[in-house]
Design a protein around this ligand. Structure first.
Ligand code: GLA
Length: 366
């Protein structure tokens, strides 16, 4: 029997471990307090109807048997892709109304899409197939994004939305699927994680992300490994003849090492300020070796570090979106305001800042 209700899934920021997921590597995201909620109500017919309070275009309805219809376009493909993937795997979904609402900033590199997919995913699981494990739910929502929406992303965003817990960062190994909850309580050290959305729209559907993935795959093949994650000695990369592939591979190899260092520091209970240099090194690597940063992201990172941040970096896929900065709690307002001033002086769009606290993953809320 279906039970109507309300479910929610969060956006995320990744503390470190960017563009490592599709290389079988390591990541360390936290869930944001910002969520997308999904109110799900069973219907007597075989229709699925999705509506989003953030979309002006109105509700989209489709017969459950017709979800392969390619005329469904835009935002509705995210929730409908999850319904479709449940069906494709043989789970018994019947008619349902799904109403989405939320406050995860869209286009900010904070995984509002995965929040939509995972809110719908936990709702459908509870209503129609409670036997589905969290691991399969990550797989279902990730497959929906890759195959139905057509974005070739890795598993970072859906894993963060499903597995994260309040007060922890999630240490994830993409190759083995192993995961660990690492205590992440910055307030106890009078610190804060400042998120600055540069307001320069980011667009993953574009070809740049797919190109980076393809370059990583080529580098792995030339080095004779299945995944770049297998390479741990940065000197091994010198065997790559193409300087672009060398830079891409160097980012992945050094980024994996940085994740392990940060996890070691946090697990040892050391002062979290000590992770700052790894965050800034990750930014330099994403900017110079992986080449996915922008002027806005670089400017926000530079100003944060010049104004007292212990470390800062762009988060997510890049080409726009947000940065994180590790700052003294007492310095949040000054640093955010200085970044705002710097953006104005450069005629960039006004940035939006908030403090991120490690929050809960996807769950039923009503
Ligand atoms: C996007 C993708 C993720 C991951 C990051 C970069 O957020 O959706 O799978 O690859 O970029 O770390």
């Amino acid at each position: 029997m279906t039970r109507d209700g309300v479910w929610a899934a969060p956006g995320r920021v990744n503390i470190i471990g960017e563009h490592t997921d599709y290389n079988g590597g390591y990541m360390l995201p936290i869930a944001l307090p910002h969520t997308v909620s999904c109110t799900a109500t069973g219907r007597a017919d075989d229709t699925v109807r999705v509506c989003s309070l953030q979309q002006r275009s109105g509700a989209v309805s489709a017969p459950l048997a017709r979800l392969d219809d390619l005329s469904i376009t835009g935002w509705a493909r995210y929730p409908l892709g999850v319904v479709h993937e449940f069906q494709r795997r043989g789970y018994p979904v019947s008619g349902v109304d799904l109403t989405l609402d939320g406050n995860v900033p869209a286009g900010a590199g904070l995984s509002s899409s995965a929040a939509v997919e995972c809110a719908v995913g936990v709702a459908l699981r509870d209503m129609f197939a409670p036997e589905i494990s969290d691991a399969e739910l990550v797989d279902i929502t990730h497959a929906a994004e890759n195959d139905y929406v057509g974005v070739p992303s890795g598993i970072l965003d859906q894993s963060a939305a499903i597995y994260c817990t309040a007060g922890h960062a999630l240490f994830l190994d993409a190759k083995t699927g192993a995961r660990e909850q690492v205590p992440f309580d910055l307030a106890a050290s009078e610190l804060a994680l400042l998120v600055v959305d540069t307001n320069a729209p980011h667009q993953l559907v574009g070809g740049e992300y797919a190109e980076r993935r393809a370059q990583c795959e080529r580098a792995a093949a030339e080095l004779g490994v299945e995944l770049l994650r297998e390479i741990t000695d940065p000197a091994a990369i010198d065997r790559l003849g193409d300087p672009v592939l060398r830079r891409r591979a160097r980012h992945v190899v050094t980024e994996n090492a940085r994740v392990l260092d940060v996890v070691d520091l946090l697990e040892a209970g050391d002062d979290p300020r000590l992770i700052g240099p790894a965050l800034s090194a990750a930014h330099a690597s994403l900017r110079d070796d992986f080449e996915v940063s922008t002027d806005e992201l670089d400017t926000a990172v530079e100003i944060a570090c010049a104004t007292g941040a212990y470390g800062a970096r762009m988060v997510g896929g890049g080409f726009g979106g947000s940065i994180i900065a590790l700052v003294d709690a007492a310095a949040v307002d000054t640093i955010a305001a200085t970044i705002g001033d710097g953006f104005r002086a450069r005629n960039f769009a006004p940035p939006r800042s908030f403090v991120a606290i490690a929050s809960a993953g996807a769950r039923r809320i009503g």
